[in-house]
Structures are given as structure tokens and as C-alpha cells.
Unconditional design. Structure first.
Length: 84
């Protein structure tokens, strides 16, 4: 596995990202996650949190949304384009 050393001298994976425009559902989900974070719920946000809000959401899709939100988080809530 290729990687680079970070400031703690540990090897980290080299990640290749692409950027893409988000869907309206993704924007709404990220906005919802920002609201939860701002209300102090960031430690409790999980797949089940999203599935309670959107019961038809598949587990893998919820996991992807949480990952993308975490990797692209910004205070302004501008998720027009995200890295995936």
C-alpha cells in the first residue's frame, strides 16, 4: 500500500478524490446534518439517525452520506460541489 507520512510520522493512505455536483437530496441531508451538529448532536449522528428521518434510505447510502458530509463539512453549509 502506498502512502505518505503525516506529522506524527505515521503512514497514511494516499486517497484519490473526485469532485462532483451534489443532488438536491444530498444537499438536504447535509443541511440536516449541519443542524444536528449545531444543536450539539454530532457525537450521536449515525446511520440510524438518517434512517429515522428517511425510512427508505438504504444502510450503505446512509453510510456514504455520512462519510461525504464528514469529509466535506463546512460551516457555511455550501455543499454544491463535494469531494467523493
Amino acid at each position: 500500500m502506498m502512502g505518505t507520512k503525516n506529522q506524527n510520522n505515521k503512514i497514511t493512505r494516499a486517497m484519490a478524490y473526485t469532485e462532483r455536483t451534489t443532488t438536491e437530496f444530498e444537499k438536504a441531508t447535509f443541511k440536516y446534518l449541519n443542524v444536528l451538529r449545531n444543536e450539539g448532536m454530532q457525537s450521536y449522528i449515525a446511520v440510524s439517525t438518517l434512517q429515522k428521518k428517511w425510512p427508505d434510505l438504504e444502510t450503505q447510502d446512509a453510510m456514504n452520506l455520512l462519510t461525504w458530509w464528514n469529509e466535506n463539512y463546512n460551516e457555511e453549509g455550501d455543499y454544491t460541489i463535494i469531494r467523493v
